[in-house]
Design a protein around this ligand. Structure first.
Ligand SMILES: [Zn+2]
Length: 152
């Protein structure tokens, strides 16, 4: 019996799995609603079985809280007129990156609720002190690049 993992199998995703996909060869995958991508499953094997997992209410609360933070971030970016901003930063290997802020916010969505909260709190503090918000977005971009590089 396979235990349900805490996270979706997509390596950049921190969401709780909502579906179990079992293949006839015994392979089992756990995916969140965003990463179930049925077309992909059909392409691989149309004999797979997809079951919905029962999730507890604490996860629903967490999901709602995360959705609120994501909406907050999008409003924040709108209010600061940063929607079309390209964020420039260097990663730990001194590689130069130019990343549209939209890419950063998309990556933000797959972070754990705890990390989303930390980033939100930090942005609120920086904004309150009239600090450089775009500089902090560069820092977030750097952290996201790092987590991708470490995940590979
Ligand atoms: Zn996922």
């Amino acid at each position: 019996m396979v235990n349900t993992p805490k996270r979706c199998d997509n390596r950049y995703c921190n969401l709780k799995p909502e579906y179990r996909i079992s293949y006839p060869n015994g392979e089992i995958f756990f995916r969140c609603a965003h990463h179930i991508a049925p077309y992909q499953i059909e392409r691989d094997n149309d004999n797979c079985m997809i079951e919905s997992l029962i999730f507890d209410e604490s996860w629903i609360t967490e999901f709602e809280e995360s959705s609120e933070i994501i909406s907050w971030l999008n409003r924040f970016i709108e209010e600061k007129r940063l929607e079309d901003k390209i964020i420039e930063f260097f990663d730990d290997n001194h590689m130069h990156h130019l990343m549209p802020i939209k890419v950063i916010t998309e990556m933000f969505e797959s972070l754990s609720l705890a990390n989303q909260k930390k980033i939100k709190d930090k942005l609120v503090v920086i904004d309150y002190h009239n600090g450089n918000v775009t500089h902090f977005f560069g820092y977030i971009g750097k952290c996201l690049i790092k987590s991708i590089q470490e995940g590979e």
